[in-house]
Design a protein around this ligand. Structure first.
Ligand SMILES: Nc1ncnc2c1ncn2[C@@H]1O[C@H](COP(=O)(O)OP(=O)(O)OP(=O)(O)O)[C@@H](O)[C@H]1O
Ligand SMILES: [Mg+2]
Length: 338
């Protein structure tokens, strides 16, 4: 089976092709056209600007994905597309494009959840990782701990009650006057941090597996205000980034490990844009090792948005018995839960 997947849920226009043979999912191509330079001016994504950029780029991105995979449209068995969650105007470009393509080549569609794309990206290079697994998904708009008892049985056991982890990184980066996107800038600045302000670790010891990052973000704001800290001093920026990152990572690691113990997980996965954070990868890996568990993390380029993760999730959905649908049945849902 050959699946062509398209992802336009936020600010990356992406297309990828995978080939499936029984349980093996083989990537044939993955093309991502990022809009980061476009959104740098506004230090965040303006939905209308993102949607217009998707329109301009989608055709070329799909053509390149097909060329890189050395296939033509005739070889495709199914189309896959992200139908939520995400920005409605961005989602509509990808879904309407795929619907038109479906009609033109007479192939059915696998509507795919963006967050399941992130989740299963950790399985791409390790499809046989042992279940049950506890999976931490940390991205720009979401923070989930999910339990996978079997490959297609996703159960949310914890999530953020306010800001997502990536959102907190981005908002703190703004306070530190760092460029967009903030997450990678915080981790770069944190490398030079010397002083730890010991910010709060919200909800670290609550019995549930939920997170809260709003208070931590406010603690950074108050520290800047109360100590009249100036962002013109690179050491101040480095110390604040270092202290914020330490607090955020501590909470994420502590809750994930506790969930893994409670649910007797045989492995742990980490995915989503914030999974690109080196400190989180290291600390969670070390903590997992102490519990004799292995942590699986996707390659860096698979952490942030891409269509290979969507093709992979669609293939897993198909393997789980999902019946691809007619284009009339594809509906966009910006608020879709995993
Ligand atoms: N090295 C890093 N450290 C911390 N955060 C990072 C790093 N690299 C990327 N991020 C963050 O990851 C987020 C982007 O991830 P992703 O592309 O998965 O989010 P999204 O698709 O916008 O949101 P969602 O997947 O929830 O719909 C941004 O918040 C970004 O700052
Ligand atoms: Mg994402």
């Amino acid at each position: 089976m050959i699946i062509l997947a398209i992802e336009t849920s936020c600010d990356e226009t992406a297309a990828a092709v995978v080939k499936t043979q029984k349980s093996v999912i083989k990537p044939l191509s993955s093309v991502v056209s990022s809009q980061i330079p476009l959104h740098r001016k506004t230090r965040g994504v303006v939905p209308e600007v993102a949607a217009r950029a998707h329109i301009r780029k989608i055709n070329a991105v799909v053509k390149k994905a097909l060329t890189d995979a050395r296939i033509g449209l005739k070889s495709i068995d199914y189309l896959a597309v992200t139908n939520g969650p995400g920005l409605i105007t961005s989602l509509l470009i990808g879904t309407e494009y795929v619907k038109a393509l479906s009609l033109a080549i007479n192939k059915k569609i696998i509507p795919t959840n963006h967050m399941s794309g992130h989740l299963y990206s950790a399985f791409l290079q390790n499809p046989q990782l042992k279940l049950p697994s506890i999976n931490l998904i940390v991205s720009g708009g979401h923070t989930y701990i999910v339990l996978l008892a079997s490959k297609n049985k996703i159960k949310i056991i914890g999530q953020t009650i306010d800001d997502a982890a990536g959102e907190a990184f981005d908002k703190v980066a703004r306070m530190l006057e760092l460029p967009y996107p903030g997450g990678p800038e915080i981790s770069k600045a944190a490398l030079h941090g010397k002083r730890d302000y010991d910010f709060p670790r919200p909800m670290q010891y609550t019995k549930d597996y939920n997170f809260s990052f709003a208070g931590l973000k406010t603690a950074v704001l108050y520290k800047i205000r109360d100590e009249k800290l100036k962002m013109s001093d690179p050491q101040v920026v480095a110390d604040l980034a270092f202290s914020f990152q330490n607090a955020a990572v501590d909470v994420l690691v502590a809750k994930t490990i506790r969930a893994a113990k409670q649910y007797k997980a045989k492995s742990i996965t980490l995915s989503g844009g914030v999974a690109a954070n080196k400190k989180l990868r290291k600390d969670l890996g070390d903590a997992a090792k102490k519990e004799k568990l292995k942590l699986y993390v996707p390659d860096f380029k698979l952490c942030t948005d891409n269509a290979l993760m969507i093709a992979n999730a669609a293939a897993i959905k198909l393997q789980g018995g999902f019946k691809p649908v007619n284009y009339t049945k594809v509906k966009v849902n910006p608020g879709l839960e995993i």
